[in-house]
Design a protein around this ligand. Sequence first.
Ligand SMILES: [Zn+2]
Length: 128
Amino acid sequence: MARERVNWRDRFPEDVTCVRCLQKRSIEDLDRLLWCEECQAAAKRRATMRGWLAGASLAVVLALYIWLVIQPDLSLIPTGWAATLLVAFYLGSRVARELFLGWERLANRRAVEARPPSADVDSPPSST
Ligand SMILES: [Zn+2]
């Protein structure tokens, strides 16, 4: 006797409300937190932007630390210091992005992406 593969989606009806934008979606389009794909993409975009800002901040702080505290002789290996800053910027951005995204998933705030039905007609959508 073949066993049916148990799917978490089976516990839900066919159409479910996304907890972020409050739009009715097919359960197939939602993830386990009941976020639709648009809301996941929006959260990733926001986390990426914040991640780049955090990475840039880290690189600036590191540059100031190198410049003021370490005071290296930049005539020797300037590309090494530049590479250090670039790596700090890139890795800092990636780590910060994951932390921001993880925090947003963990907090799982409701209806963050929801807009009143008339908002699209009356005013341009505010970028957050
Ligand atoms: Zn949504």
